[in-house]
Ligand binder design. Structure first.
Ligand code: ATP
Ligand code: MG
Length: 417
């Protein structure tokens, strides 16, 4: 019987896993200095959490969710994103009683039944953050500066920050009206999805990826012309802070994002190197969601980074090699194997990566293996070495060699590594 992985999912193997670990460890470092603590949210949630927050008429909810009844008939969904769960947890655990801001990061797989292609998977990974409790524009700016710092630290610089404000419930109705008027005589030319969106969620038309809908949007009214004074001044202050922090950005008035919970600031980090799946990270404010989930009105903002896309970009800029052992212990004869294992245990307890030749193959083939692993040193242990209490060492990079007492081997390696 031979099995293959499902379509649209991936195993992450060496050397790529090194890139992922690099990203994760830099991310943890950055989040900790900005005061974000880790939250582990479940992979499965009650379906309603997502339909309610992401929105019934979004692509994610209409077409992409992995939803199934569990054995008791409850509707369960494999999370398509992280924000809804973090908000659910924030409300369920009354975290709004703690001093604001409450700041969290998460990392893990998300699931969307999309058409698999470059940069688009059915199981993909996100690292995301959410900050609750602060409405000030400086919160937006600090969060964006953290994202830029993280991407820079990881090794990416030439990314474009696209930013927009999509207003609040005060100003959105007038913008919706303007959209309806604009698309009224174009209705028959819109794709079938957008024709439906026209009636139940016209803002979504701006997010449609179908060529002719993109064309029809050329002169669409811009949301920023409709936002209320509060949203306008919030947005202007965010932009002013970004300038102060030397963060460059591009205004993108069509950036509405694919999820309905956003209000006011929305943004994406994009790269031209990713083709049409160009967003590496995306996020925005969602000042209504905590309240909709039964908590007090609480401003909030967050972003999520797409790991696959970030890893793909990094792979272009830098080589990530597999790590290699410090020492390969080549053994000649049975006694040598057991002695080799004991020495290896000692060296490993001192933090060195040690491989031992266990398969009884010839010295030559063991040394070849050490070379293939790019081991830095080889130790050779045979009968002679066992009786003299010394091992032969060989530096596999410069071919120097010598002998060292077995008891001093760890010290010796530590001193030369
Ligand atoms: P896109 O416009 O690319 O479909 P989205 O609006 O659906 O993105 P979000 O839900 O905001 O994206 O997710 C944030 C990030 O997660 C995206 O910018 C992207 O990097 C990544 N992402 C989203 N969907 C996928 C997927 N199916 N496969 C890989 N990465 C993804
Ligand atoms: Mg999408």
């Amino acid at each position: 019987m031979k099995f293959n992985a499902l379509k649209g999912v991936e195993d992450i193997l060496l050397p790529d896993i090194r890139i992922w670990q690099h990203i994760e460890s830099e991310a943890r470092g950055i989040f900790s200095v900005y005061g974000y603590s880790e939250i582990r949210i479940p992979v499965i949630e009650p379906t309603g959490i997502f339909t309610r927050s992401i929105g019934e008429t979004t692509d994610i909810v209409e077409k992409e969710m992995y939803t199934f009844p569990d054995r008791a008939g409850r509707s369960i969904t494999l999370r398509p994103e992280g924000t809804a769960s973090v908000v659910r947890s924030y409300v369920e655990n009354h975290l709004y009683n703690l001093p604001a801001p409450q700041k969290f990061f998460y990392s893990g797989p998300m699931f969307r039944y999309e058409r698999p292609q470059k940069g688009r998977f059915r199981q993909f990974y996100q690292i995301g953050v959410e900050a609750f409790g602060i409405a000030a524009p400086e919160m937006d700016a600090e969060l964006l500066s953290m994202l830029m710092r993280l991407l820079g630290k990881v090794g990416l610089r030439n990314l474009n920050l696209e930013i927009n404000s999509i207003g609040c419930e005060e100003c959105r109705p007038s913008y919706k009206k303007a959209l309806l008027a604009y698309f009224y005589d174009k209705l028959n030319d819109l794709c079938p999805d957008c024709r439906r969106r026209y009636d139940n969620n016209p803002l979504r038309i701006l997010d449609c990826k179908v060529e002719r809908c993109i064309d029809l949007r050329k002169e669409v009214p811009q949301v920023t012309a409709f936002i209320c004074n509060g949203c306008r001044s919030h947005f202007d202050n965010v932009l002013a802070m970004l300038q102060l922090m030397n963060i460059s950005y591009t205004l993108n008035p069509n950036l509405v994002r694919g999820l309905d919970y956003y209000t006011s600031t929305t943004f994406e980090m994009t790269s031209e190197h990713l083709g049409s799946q160009k967003a590496v990270a995306a996020g925005g404010r969602y000042d209504r969601l905590v309240n909709e989930f039964g908590g007090p009105v609480t401003p909030a903002i967050g972003f999520a980074i797409g790991m696959e896309r970030l890893a793909a970009l990094l792979k272009e800029t830098r080589e990530f090699k597999p790590l290699s052992p410090d020492i390969f212990i080549a053994t000649i004869g049975n006694n040598a194997v057991s002695k080799g294992l004991l020495i290896a245990g000692d060296l490993r307890s001192k933090g060195l990566w040690v491989e031992v030749g266990l398969d009884g193959s010839s010295l030559k083939s063991q040394l070849r293996k050490a070379d293939r692993l790019s081991s830095h040193y080889a130790f050779i242990i045979g009968d002679d070495e066992l009786s003299s209490g010394k091992v032969k060492w060989k530096n596999l990079t410069d071919s120097s060699q010598g002998e060292v007492e077995i008891d001093k081997a760890a010290e010796f390696i530590s001193s030369v590594r």
